[in-house]
Design a protein around this ligand. Structure first.
Ligand SMILES: Nc1ncnc2c1ncn2[C@@H]1O[C@H](COP(=O)(O)OP(=O)(O)OP(=O)(O)O)[C@@H](O)[C@H]1O
Ligand SMILES: O=P(O)(O)OC[C@H]1O[C@H](OP(=O)(O)OP(=O)(O)O)[C@H](O)[C@@H]1O
Ligand SMILES: O=C(O)c1cccnc1
Length: 465
């Protein structure tokens, strides 16, 4: 379990507002909140939705314990409110897209319905969980896209932002990374763990060949030898070849060598030749060293014979876009639609209860998305949310709706997907996103329109002020 006691993992103001709603007798007012983000990270064309399974676990465990109530008492919260919190349980409904879904800016991909207190109090933990995991899953997906059929492992725990490393490794798998060096994430989330060896192993023996031999003796069918501690081509690769031959004599096979510095394309090519000339064409080549989607793409373009990429820092820190700007905004209160007005037209929120419709091309690929009011039927056209004359014709297109109920009166009604299941879903959905939206440089903008009725409602509420 990621967080055994999640209720205080929040911003103070959620609790002061909750107390305020309670003391003023307004806490039972029905309210809806939407989660969405406003801009796509990494100047990319899409986001992979992740964090849902952790969030559901958090919501199921969202009860205040004695020690937490005692702490809140120390912070000045009133005893009648604390008595209310003692029996607090989220009893609302949640609608969401699936974990692994391909999503875009300004669409409400998760909606929380309930009373104002219980919906408000979840804001921070929802944002914390979904923003971070979706960001890392998206970065991972880009890295995997660059790597193509080649395997990618997450090596990031040592450079991750503290305990965020636990979720980072999991979200990496959702985005398409094959496994991780992160053992605790492996245990918590059932993701595959593996690894190679560090320079310290090689250094500790004084000579490279003894280091390689010893490792291979202990792990005769699972050795990946790090060949760049001294001199990759003069010492590391020749020693790895010797050990691979010794393993062969005992009926075993060296899995791979790992390159961790220098010109990875050049060294991979030279190493490949040396291995092949020694009859070791089955020995794979792994590479690491500050890799990201751009370096991997460049290595691929250079036809570097690398079979496995180990990616750390730039994956788990979401280099160079440190946060997804997801927000959680009130869309109705007491049965009345509401919105947040802003000087910046793009920041005006969408009121009322909505659904997301994904329109499909003939071949099943994604054409565009429409945000519609919940009770609306088929549309002929969806409109640009701010530019009045822009619209997309969607009449007669096949479509799917993306939101479904996952929490009913506080009870989780789906079996949360494992990271591997979410990864399979993300992989399948990404095949339906056309290439131009997946391009790293200036990707084509995927359209997210709104229905006329929703746009009119928004305009009307803006006019009303
Ligand atoms: N052939 C290549 N094409 C594109 N980028 C590469 C290539 N080879 C290495 N890189 C990347 O260039 C960056 C710098 O590599 P550099 O050779 O400076 O590392 P290094 O200084 O040898 O490594 P270290 O400091 O760990 O010994 C790294 O991000 C690396 O992954
Ligand atoms: O480069 P990253 O993508 O973060 O991948 C993880 C790095 O971590 C390890 O190195 P370590 O931290 O031990 O030191 P190094 O950078 O000197 O190799 C490993 O050898 C990789 O180089
Ligand atoms: O297993 C590895 O090779 C590894 C693990 C963490 C960081 N760098 C490399």
């Amino acid at each position: 379990m990621l967080l055994q006691k999640p209720t205080l993992y929040t911003d103070f103001y959620e609790l002061t507002m909750a107390q305020g709603y309670f003391l003023s007798g307004r806490h039972q007012q029905p309210a809806n909140f939407d989660y969405f983000f406003r801009s796509l990270p990494f100047k990319g064309g899409y986001v992979i939705f992740a964090g849902l399974s952790d969030l559901l676990e958090i919501i199921e465990n969202f009860t205040f314990h004695e020690d937490e109530l005692a702490y809140l008492k120390e912070q000045g919260f009133k005893s009648e409110f604390l008595s209310y919190l003692k029996d607090f349980q989220f009893q609302g409904d949640i609608y969401s897209v699936k974990e692994g879904e391909v999503i875009f800016a300004n669409e409400p991909v998760l909606r929380v319905e309930g009373n104002i207190l219980e919906t408000q109090i979840l804001e921070t933990v929802i944002l914390n969980t979904l923003n971070f995991e979706s960001l890392i899953a998206t970065k991972a997906s880009r890295i995997k896209l660059a790597a193509g059929d080649k395997s990618v492992l997450d090596f990031g725990l040592r450079r991750s932002q503290g305990l965020g490393g636990l979720q980072a490794s999991k979200a990496s798998v959702i985005g398409g990374i094959g496994g991780s060096s992160n053992v605790l994430s492996g245990k918590m989330y059932d993701i595959d763990v593996s690894g190679t060896m560090a320079h310290s192993w090689v250094q500790s023996f004084g000579d490279e060949i003894t280091a390689f031999r010893t490792y291979a003796r202990h792990y005769p069918d699972a050795s990946i030898l790090l060949v760049d501690t001294y001199d990759t081509l003069k010492s590391g690769v020749p020693n790895a070849i010797k050990v691979a031959k010794e393993l062969e004599e005992k009926g075993h096979k060296l899995i791979a060598i790992r390159l961790d510095s220098g010109d990875l394309a050049y060294l991979a090519r030279q190493s490949r030749n040396m291995l092949d000339n020694a009859g070791l064409d089955y020995v794979k080549i792994a590479a690491s060293n500050q890799l990201d989607e751009y370096v991997i793409k460049s290595l691929q373009n250079q036809n570097a014979p690398i079979d496995l990429f180990g990616v750390g820092t730039k994956l788990v820190t979401a280099y160079d876009d440190p946060a997804l700007d997801g927000v959680y905004k009130l869309s109705s209160i007491n049965g009345n639609p509401t919105l947040k007005i802003s000087e910046n037209i793009e920041k005006i929120t969408l009121p009322d209860t909505k659904k997301i419709v994904r329109y499909l091309n003939e071949d099943g690929s994604f054409y565009c998305d429409g945000v519609l009011l919940e009770d609306e039927g088929e549309q002929d056209v969806v409109y640009h949310p701010h530019v009045t004359h822009k619209s997309s014709k969607v009449a007669e297109l096949k479509s799917e709706t993306l939101l479904s109920k996952i929490v009913d009166q506080g009870r989780v009604t789906i079996i949360p997907t494992t990271p591997k299941q979410s990864a399979a879903y993300a992989r399948e959905r990404l095949t339906k996103l056309n290439q131009e939206h997946k391009r790293f440089d200036n990707p084509h903008v995927y359209k997210v329109g709104v229905s006329k009725k929703l746009r009119d409602l928004k305009d009307q509420l803006v006019q009303k002020g």
